[in-house]
Design a protein. Structure first.
Length: 129
């Protein structure tokens, strides 16, 4: 069962029964759940993120950000990108911390830093070649 939801023009989102998930989503080794996903009742909200040099994370719930960043970095590396910009916003720094913790653990990230023009609102990651 798959239903499309209109979320935003830049984000393709759909609801799927976990047994019918197909495509290039990888499986989280610990929970065996495809990600990036969110759970709504007995259904999963699957996020199909376009692979571009920048990703705005405002569309994602804080508990989804870490898995979204991990998957996005992997797919960006596969697409040949060597530098990506993750826009998390300034706020009080919670999203920034989540993003930078995910980047610190990711094996494809060589280094990352706060984008100077965004005043702590975005992080730039340099990926392995």
């Amino acid at each position: 069962m798959r239903k499309a939801l209109a979320c935003s023009p830049a984000l393709d989102t759909s609801i799927a029964n976990p047994s019918s998930l197909i495509g290039s989503l990888i499986t989280n080794r610990q929970s065996r759940i495809p990600y990036p996903v969110s759970r709504i009742g007995r259904y999963w909200l699957v996020h199909n993120v376009p692979i571009e040099p920048a990703l705005d994370l405002h569309a994602f719930a804080p508990h989804d950000v870490s898995s979204v960043v991990e998957e996005y970095v992997r797919l960006a590396h596969e697409a040949g990108l060597r530098e990506v910009r993750l826009i998390h916003g300034r706020g009080i720094g919670v999203q920034r911390g989540i993003v930078q913790n995910a980047l610190e653990r990711h094996p494809l990230v060589v280094e990352f830093y706060d984008a100077p023009e965004s005043h702590l609102g975005a992080t730039v990651a340099i990926l392995r070649s």
